[in-house]
Write a protein that binds this ligand. Structure first.
Ligand SMILES: NC(=O)c1ccc[n+]([C@@H]2O[C@H](COP(=O)([O-])OP(=O)(O)OC[C@H]3O[C@@H](n4cnc5c(N)ncnc54)[C@H](O)[C@@H]3O)[C@@H](O)[C@H]2O)c1
Length: 436
């Protein structure tokens, strides 16, 4: 989605979301739940708008370094009928002051990526549940600390990975669970989105996304790609990602882009960006399945997030459609299967979801977050998914450094994955599809 479309999706009115939530989810409990929100830029304000659309949600406090962002966010809360929220904006660690409040049950984190893990850990240590933007974190040390903090505090943690909830991804999930593709053994997934517009601030200095591209490389935004596939494969519940190998093409595009945008002699044109133009990771699971994760946020090409799931009896390819053994050389458009296999989430709340952005994913992930807090139950996208998917950044970097060497992926479940039913009590779409 480009920035214009993104902003447009963020321009949803509270009334529209609220009306949709009221009509589409009549059974949602109205027990009051109270959220603090940290990071109120484009993404944070959009998610805040969605959050305020659900019955019983209150937002007593918000936190951002920017007064302007806070003002716009406070306006969102007030327009949605909430009381003016308390504002925290003094310093980068001012969120800890917000966390001391006793009138907050959970925190939504939508700050730049490097803050996600420290802020989530601090929130759980302060007794709050967490909904964190993606990825969960970067280093293995911080991801282990995230998992251990969640286990020690008993708080709930959901990764707000919206791509899992897109209509076709959820339809495929149900088709996989019904065995239509046979046993899955190979998948392709990708995040391919020209995000060069996010590199520089209007004054020409690097924005946080640009600083990251300058300083880092590897598959640093893997969860949009890996999330849906992980659920189709049942990872962390009966199987797990065991090791990977990764390669990256040498950086070329960004230097040329900066020279064109700011002039060949500009300081920007002299920046040596570390991030490669195309990064590909090949993951092998404990049961011998393969997943290819492709990542490219800089090349001049239209957005295309493709997914493929190959099983012993058929295949789903988001670029081609669906094919089952015995059908000859024929692909059937995936839409055709919606009449029969549309997921219950989409059948019952499709209209509200479609209005929410990111192919409906934003609506459902926030709805699951609210339900997690309200019911105090484990979510579908738990801390183990969050840590293992996010660890692909570290593992891919190690592999790239070793010229495509094989790198072990940590088992954050510490062996629990061997029991396929250990997460049976989780909230979310699997419960819904079992009901269907
Ligand atoms: N899931 C998705 O589809 C999706 C889409 C867009 C962005 N995102 C994620 O959302 C996050 C935010 O992205 P964005 O586009 O809104 O960025 P942004 O730069 O527009 O907003 C970030 C906000 O965080 C504030 N901030 C920075 N450091 C802070 C701190 N220490 N404490 C409090 N506030 C702080 C900034 O002032 C800014 O207002 C990123 O992690 C991004 O990866 C996810």
């Amino acid at each position: 989605m480009n920035r214009r479309a993104f902003l447009k999706s963020g321009a949803l009115t509270w009334a529209a979301v609220r009306a949709a939530a009221d009509t589409q989810v009549p059974n949602l409990s109205e027990k009051s739940v109270r959220f603090g929100v940290v990071g109120l830029g484009n993404r944070g304000r959009h998610l805040l708008r969605l959050l305020m659309g659900f019955p019983g949600v209150q937002v007593p406090a918000i936190c951002d370094l920017s007064e302007k962002a806070l003002e716009a966010a406070a306006e969102v809360v007030i327009r949605a009928g909430g009381s003016p929220p308390a504002r925290y904006s003094k310093a980068p660690n001012d969120y800890t002051a917000m966390l001391r409040r006793t009138d907050i049950d959970a925190v939504l984190i939508a700050t730049p990526t490097k803050w996600h893990c420290p802020q989530a850990i601090a929130a759980m240590n302060a007794g709050k549940h967490v909904g964190s933007e993606v990825p969960a974190g970067f280093t293995l040390e911080e991801l282990w600390e995230l998992v251990r903090t969640k286990e020690r505090t008993g708080r709930r943690y959901i990764l707000l990975e919206n791509y899992l909830y897109m209509r076709h991804n959820m339809m495929v999930l149900d088709m996989v669970r019904q065995g239509l593709f046979g046993e899955l053994y190979y998948a392709e997934c990708s995040y391919i989105h020209d995000c060069r517009f996010m590199l520089f601030k209007p004054d020409g200095s690097l924005d946080w996304w640009g600083e990251f591209a300058r300083d880092s490389y590897g598959s640093d935004y893997p969860t949009h790609a890996l999330g849906p596939v992980s659920k189709w494969f049942g990872l962390n519940e009966g199987d797990r990602m065991e090791y990977c190998t990764a390669m990256m093409s040498t950086p070329r595009v960004l230097k040329e882009y900066a020279a064109r945008k700011f002039g060949p002699d500009s300081p920007q044109a002299k920046i040596d960006f570390a991030v490669g133009d195309y990064t590909s990771v090949l993951i092998r699971t404990a049961s011998g399945k393969l997943i290819r994760v492709d990542y490219d946020v800089n090349s001049p090409r239209p957005e295309s997030h493709f997914y493929l799931a190959q099983g012993t009896r058929g295949v789903y390819d988001s670029r081609k459609g669906i094919h089952f053994e015995g059908e000859g050389e024929k692909w059937t458009p995936a839409e055709t299967y919606l009449t029969r296999y549309d997921h219950e989430y989409w059948r019952t709340a499709g209209a509200a979801a479609e209005a929410s952005g990111h192919g409906g994913g934003d609506y459902f992930v926030i709805r699951d977050f609210v339900e997690m807090v309200r019911e105090d139950r484990e979510p579908w996208i738990d801390v183990y998914d969050a840590a293992s998917w996010s660890s692909i950044y570290h593992c891919s970097r190690q592999s790239i450094d070793g010229r495509g060497a094989s790198v072990d992926i940590p088992d954050f479940t510490q062996g629990k994955w061997k029991d396929a039913s250990w997460r049976a009590g989780q909230l979310g779409p699997l419960r819904a599809s079992r009901r269907a």
